[in-house]
Write a protein that binds this ligand. Sequence first.
Ligand code: PMP
Ligand code: GLU
Length: 388
Amino acid sequence: MQISQRISTLSESLTIAITAKAKQLREAGVDVISFSAGEPDFDTPQIVKDAVMAAMNKGCAKYTPVPGTNEVLKAVATKLERDNNLKYATSQIITTVGAKHALFNLFQAVLNPGDEVIIPSPYWVSYPEMVKYSGGVSVFVEADDKSGFKITAEQIEKAITPRTKILSLNHPTNPTGAVYTKAELEAIAEVLKGTDIIISSDEMYEKLVFDGEFVSAASISDDMYARTVTINGLSKCGAMPGWRFGYMAIPDESLAKAIKRLQSQSTSNISSLVQAGAVPVLLGEADADIAMMKAEFLKRRNRAVELINKIDGLSVSSPAGAFYLFVNCKDIEPDSMKFCDAMLEKAQVATVPGVGFGMDGYFRMSFATDMNSIETGIARIAEFVRGY
Ligand code: PMP
Ligand code: GLU
């Protein structure tokens, strides 16, 4: 069967593909240690399961309004006000099938053919593909380890053209863990003043900031609030990746209405049960579970950074947030795809090549896995590097 031109240029998500390959190998009996998955190894908090059971027993089987039940929309609004100092009416919020769906909705709803999206690089694998699928053009602005993998306001200013429609921000950043300070966001706000550029602010790893504090782009000023679509979800911070709960908060009523129209013709509401399960987390009732996970991630980050930096030829700076190390392997092998393929084959350790995030000569390893796997896996990496 013929597929459309639009989809024929779309690549599969590399992070998902490698994670699936590692799982397959493991099921086939190969002793693979996987640092590829961007998902917490912790189970979903009990309070979520209880809320879903209660909803099920109450008979929660009907369609809900497309953006979500009043209860879940109010819970998102409460969360955004409490954690991010952002006020939204429930009419400005839409719940989505993970944050991925929120991003997809946004790109589909605002991009016309040839519109440009500024994407700081290294970037999360799905941004350029979603932009391309929506008819847009990605304009990459590169950060490196000298700048702590953060781009500057000046770089953004230089990248802006009359076609710029969106600035895509994501912090804590996947894959580098970079966290922008309030001052850095203020400088970005300054260069955007007077433009009608929309910010897509992906805040998925918000609760996983180890050094410094998290600041939402929309909270910087009224001008930033008016141009920012805040996107978040519970896959990472709520340990609920398979549940598929995301949301978007949209300042502009007409854009919110447009996205509701789009969603009414695609997924309709997200699962009614998932909405019920998300409510206690949004209301802060799982905060102790989140704090426990964060403390554990911090220990793992410190140990993984220490062990990687002991390996001759590899280096990594300590990520301020999220649960990834973006490891420099340039001195050993600048071709990250080749390096990661060989590492999986010879050392049975799965990582994601930096080239998938727009930066060759690096690989990403997730430390959202138990300490024993971290220590054993990095020992295997060390041996692999010695023999490379
Ligand atoms: N944004 C970033 C930066 C991510 O790492 C992920 C991980 N999948 C997502 C968005 C999407 O998350 P989800 O769709 O699981 O909510
Ligand atoms: N975001 C995660 C990752 O970067 C999950 C996989 C995906 O959705 O790409 O690994």
